[in-house]
Write a protein that binds this ligand. Structure first.
Ligand code: UD1
Ligand code: UDP
Length: 360
């Protein structure tokens, strides 16, 4: 069985790493197709190096562009590679434009599609990711749902049960596999002059937040309020897209420490030692939950409702007062929740299921 692993952005590289590791361990016949959606070293190359992933056999170098431009370029590029390589299955992860293109190119050839992290829904169609997830799921033959909740969503949309496999989320695997290594690495906190549990960590990059001046400004005001209230540093490793929008909108947060995006091990150090994490990232909501660090989500909804249910996360929206109130509320909670995303064996389970090749 020949497997094409398609990825293109930071979170896909990180979350696909446990699957790739397992494919390597089993000496499976596979290759990586990188779409090139992310190309800056600190969003791409650093993760291949740090997670010791084999080089991509193909890089489409699609780069940035409008949604249509980017998706179309990737779609055409992937189709060419798939026609040449003729794999038995295409594996995709998550909800980016890269994976939508991967799913569409494959399903029409037709080649079977396996979707890692299937069944997530925010029910917010303003998010490009929501459209990508729904379409990718409905093109897929193997849907690897991280939780029973995600499986129930897929069943509710009419996807046959024999296509759905609850495996846990590969983010647990990658966190467990790297946390010890991160602890032994040179300490990023020292470099940034931070003390354990005496700072807040922020990430913010979602299009619906940073492409809208009023929303971006409101969130930054909220973060300034939090910094002022607690007299603690708030560190924000800023995604290049958010940096660009901050400059375009002439926004100048008063009390935030801006930094370049960091590598995965450094980010794990920053997360695990933070007093509180404030984010609009999907992966970071999960990691905060796994690392038992309280999380405030700077959005009106989440496709990770499990984090709300176990009490690791709260939805703050974008109003400055609510962001402050939610931060206070989370700091008052006991950090004794159970991680709902699995036991760190998702990568192994996914590969086992693929090798069995049985989805009805
Ligand atoms: C994409 C995904 C988003 C995911 C995020 C992970 C879509 C629709 N969005 O958003 O779901 O959460 O990746 O980080 O697929 N840029 C660089 N260097 C790069 C890549 C991008 O500087 O390597 C800048 C460019 O200015 C570019 C902008 O970021 O225009 C947006 O990049 P893009 O890949 O379109 O979307 P992300 O915001 O990264
Ligand atoms: N991350 C990182 N360095 C950073 C910020 C994030 O390594 O400076 C990692 C983080 O650990 C998580 C992933 O990037 O695994 C999340 O990616 P992102 O927030 O870009 O995308 P999303 O999960 O929202 O799709």
């Amino acid at each position: 069985m020949k497997i094409a692993v398609i990825l293109g952005t930071r979170p896909e590289i990180i979350k696909m790493a446990p699957v790739i590791r397992e494919l390597e361990r089993r000496k499976a016949d596979f290759f990586i197709l990188h779409t090139g959606q992310h190309y800056s070293y600190n969003l791409d190359g650093v993760f291949f190096e740090q997670l010791k992933l084999p080089q991509a056999k193909y890089n489409l170098e699609a780069g940035s562009g409008s949604h249509a431009e980017q998706t179309a370029k990737i779609l055409v590029g992937i189709e060419g590679v798939l026609q040449e390589e003729n794999p038995d299955i295409v594996l995709i992860e998550g909800d980016t434009n890269s994976i939508l293109a991967g799913a569409l190119a494959a399903v029409k050839l037709p080649i079977k599609v396996g979707h890692v992290e299937a069944g997530l829904r925010s029910y917010d169609r303003n998010m490009p990711e929501e459209i990508n997830r729904i379409l990718a799921d409905h093109c897929s033959d193997f849907l690897f749902a991280p939780t029973e909740k995600a499986k129930a969503i897929l069943l509710g949309e009419g996807i046959p049960e024999e296509k759905i496999f609850v495996t846990g989320n590969t983010i647990v695997d990658v966190v467990y596999q790297n946390l010890e290594i991160a602890r032994e690495k040179e300490n990023t906190l020292d470099t940034l002059n931070l003390k354990p549990k005496e700072y807040f960590l922020v990430t913010l990059h979602r299009q619906e937040n940073v492409d809208n001046r009023a929303r971006f400004l409101s969130i930054l005001k909220g973060l300034d309020k939090v910094a002022e209230e607690f007299h603690l540093p708030v560190i924000y490793p800023i995604h290049p897209h958010s940096r660009k929008m901050m400059t375009k909108f002439d926004l100048q947060p008063q009390r935030l420490m801006l930094a370049e995006p960091v590598d995965f091990l450094s980010f794990l150090q920053l997360e695990s030692n933070a007093r509180l994490i404030l984010t609009d990232s999907g992966g970071v909501q999960e990691e905060a939950c796994i690392l038992t660090v309280p999380c405030v989500t700077l959005r009106d909804n989440t496709e990770r409702p499990e984090t709300l249910e176990v009490g690791s996360n709260i939805l703050a929206g974008v109003s400055p007062d609510t962001i402050l109130e939610c931060s206070k509320a989370m700091l008052g909670r006991e950090n004794n929740w159970q991680n709902p995303f699995g036991d760190g064996t998702a990568g192994r389970k996914i590969v086992e299921i693929l090798m069995r090749g049985n989805n009805g």
